[in-house]
Design a protein around this ligand. Sequence first.
Ligand code: SAM
Length: 274
Amino acid sequence: MPSVEDYLLGTDDTESVRLGVQHRLWAVQAAAIWERAVIEPGSRVLDVGCGPGYAAADIAQLIGPGGRLLGVDGSPAYVSQFEARMERLGFSHAEVRRGDVHDIASIAGDETGTFDVAYIRWVLSFSKDPDRLIEQVHKCLKPGGRVAIQDYFGYASIKLAPKNEDFQRGIAAVAEYWTEHGDLDVMGEMPRILRETGFEVREFDVVQRLARPDNQIWNWPDIFWPSFIPRVVEAGYLTRADADAFMAAWRAASESPDSFLLLPPVFEAIGVKR
Ligand SMILES: C[S@@+](CC[C@H](N)C(=O)[O-])C[C@H]1O[C@@H](n2cnc3c(N)ncnc32)[C@H](O)[C@@H]1O
């Protein structure tokens, strides 16, 4: 059974703040998939691996007090932050439960089979058993219910321009380390998993974004490297010298008007429960 404790990115305060910034930087894409999956006033929504509740707060606002938002996450810290956030906002229709998302049907209890939409963003790439996770989510939805997914395929295609070997060595190490804990190509399996689990694949597409140093989205990798690269070093996938060279290459790129970064492609899927 996959463990929640060994979650790759950790759950300290820095990571919680980073998730908030990341949510802002991807808010347009999130709102768009919620609309296409038909999250509307009164909807019953499951937020699978909800983290501290940044997306959940927006969804809770969209569905209103006549709706229901249930978040599930393995991190005690994120569960507390979720609860504090919803209390501050006065969203009594939003609840969080701590547990492993691979058991989400039993965590949802009596509500299993009643949800209109399940949202899963950047959780499947940390899963050791995505087939089981999607199977469990399928149980939680009512017939005709939708699952909306945003996650990676081809993460290692991140590329800095002008080309820089020190930077690319770091990316290769990030991908290698991540692969120990999950699957950065998980969306490559998603059409099959959805179909085999009993979903009709209504949408499957990719969002490929490009960052330049003066774009807002440059901030996304810019806040990720300082928090994640030290973990990659600690785990032995990158030497300290190579990590320093990686960060030096990144800082130099950040100062240059000629740089750009091909970001990891984020794939989007909407499945409808048959
Ligand atoms: C990168 S964060 C994404 C959070 C949120 N979905 C978002 O888009 O902002 C991944 C989240 O999944 C949670 N998570 C990862 N594996 C889990 C598991 N097996 N069971 C429960 N939660 C898990 C982590 O605690 C973390 O909050």
